[in-house]
Design a protein around this ligand. Structure first.
Ligand SMILES: [Zn+2]
Length: 180
């Protein structure tokens, strides 16, 4: 089982701590898709109240720490960016700027990044072309993987309960919806 984790809200201490505890328990199964600072989205979707500078500083500090512990816990790192729910309706220039500025930002800390997951799993042929030009492959779904957000580890947006670690019949550890 692999966890494809969209890292969106690590500026929240509880969510950061929960993500770290998963990494320290099961790092090798984790594939972290890191967002660059997207202030508008953070404010509108996650209720972030700081400035762009504060957000950039906060994410840079957290990602630099991930870089430091990566050799020990061996999780994978990739890029996560929210372009639009209808990217085909957006003109090329702002799409290019959003995609490439964010990629440059995360590659400042992780130059080896070579894969992306688009927010809402939405992209178009132009974004696919940009991915090819930047040596990036699109990873949305892989067999035997759970897609989740960092904040689902604290409180899943559907069940309002956190994922929890359970031992399956195969004695393998996995995360499951806490439906009880
Ligand atoms: Zn996302």
């Amino acid at each position: 089982m692999t966890y494809l984790i969209h890292v969106e809200k690590v500026w929240d201490k509880q969510i950061w701590d929960n993500l770290l505890s998963l990494i320290k328990k099961d790092g090798q199964r984790c594939h972290l898709f890191l967002m660059a600072p997207q202030l508008d989205l953070q404010k509108s979707v996650h209720g972030y109240t700081g400035t762009n500078e504060e957000l950039s500083e906060e994410l840079a500090e957290k990602y630099t720490y991930l870089k430091k512990i990566q050799p020990k816990y061996r999780f994978k790192i990739a890029y996560h960016v929210h372009i639009s729910l209808q990217p085909e309706k957006m003109s090329e220039e702002p799409k290019k700027k959003l995609f490439e500025d964010g990629l440059t930002w995360v590659r400042n800390i992780f130059p080896e990044i070579n894969s992306v997951c688009f927010g809402w799993y939405k992209y178009d042929s132009y974004l696919k072309k940009l991915c090819d030009e930047n040596g990036i492959k699109i990873v949305h779904f892989t067999p035997f993987a759970i897609n989740l957000h960092d904040y689902d580890l604290t409180e899943n947006s559907y069940t309002r309960k956190p994922f929890r670690l359970v031992r399956s019949k195969l004695r393998t550890l996995t995360y499951w919806w806490d439906l009880k």
